[in-house]
Design a protein around this ligand. Sequence first.
Ligand code: PMP
Length: 469
Amino acid sequence: RVTAPEAQEAYDTQALQQLDSAHYLHPFTDHAALRERGARVIVRADDVYLWDSDGKKIIDGMAGLWCVNAGYGRASIADAVHAQLLQLPFYNSFFNTTNVPAVKLAALLAQIAPPQCQHVFFTGSGSEANDTIVRMVRRYWQLAGKPGRDVIISRRNAYHGSTLAGASLGGMAGMHAQGGLPIPGIVHIGQPNYAEEGRGMSEAEFGLHAAGWLEEKILEVGPDRVAAFIGEPVQGAGGVIIPPATYWPEIQRICDKYDILLVSDEVICGFGRLGTWFGCQLMGFEPDLIAFAKGVTSGYVPLGGVLVGSRVAHTLIDKGGDFNHGFTYSGHPAACAAALENIRILQAERLVERVALETGPHLKARFASLTAHPLVGHAETCGLAAGLNLVRRKGQTAHDCEAFPSTQAVGMLCRKHMFDNGVIMRAVGDRMIVAPPLSISVAQIDEMVDRIGYCLDLTLEEVAARGWM
Ligand code: PMP
């Protein structure tokens, strides 16, 4: 582990912010608003903490962007990448060639993946993984003699990336509204959001009900036109939406009944986030294809991919000839070296088991205690992902809380208090979410949740002062 130097290097924050707004177009950002505020410049990280250019120390409740599973400051990952860059910085895997880290990583992934997945296709990101899945699924059905099966069913409020296929699979209305999406052949059903849509039902009943939307859509589209269903085990960017336990087994039953491929997007849930190596293992289903990225390298360098189950892999290999698809950086040696060392750390420190047995239950208990706060309507936790809803009036259940008008943007106001007070929480509307590094300790969870509680108090004061409660 490297440690953050005590002495803060001098950064000219204002000059950096000016250059930033003059030249740097950020992802998912309102640039006019950013120019007013100036971007926060993050300069250093260690363990679960970040430092900005003004020397402020911040606990990273979002593990970067759901990806720094092993925590910051892992010198051994940096060393592995450094050594690989000197040995062989790049070579492609296109023309009957391979490289040592990519081979070793493919074999290691086959060991830790669900047993039906013994093959992997590497990409540079989660979006590219989902694009690969769209192409692979359609190629599979061509080879299986049913080229008419080309429709993929996904869910509203899902996030599957920002490429054309990824954004189309995703169910983010704001993304679709910005031009020509979704692309043809992708349709959506509702999300299993019990708090929003399960009124009058038990959780178990709602899980079956929400899975039933898949069967309805299959019958509407025509069973012989449907290629696959894709979902995140727990929806991440949508706001840590945790489905009832009955949901995924019923989805599996429906996919089996209509012979439809089942795809798990594990870009967030993979590599331990939910206390199992892959989220499907916790949720009780066996996907034909798994998208992964983020946690595979803990974000130290970009890498993604698709774990391919035997049904698809054997058809592609035995009958497919060339699969005309691939990226320059598929199986990038330095990225694969980072992943090998990252997975070694997750295994050696038993971080996934710790999420299941120790840190996950602790976060759950601490988040449950936040529901005593006057602003918090309900809170849900799964492994090291958690969300709570800020509400105007609390109710007996999640279904009878009163929300703030969205125009008041209370979530953003709360997020600003968090940032200013040294903790990063993400706002999805008025749902506040965390997904810290899996290396976080119980004491650091306490530190994070104590700060969150304090910032909820500040938010309450501000909301009351504005006469919004
Ligand atoms: N799928 C899911 C579930 C994600 O959360 C994300 C990114 N947040 C993606 C796909 C896209 O991954 P990337 O940003 O690496 O393209």
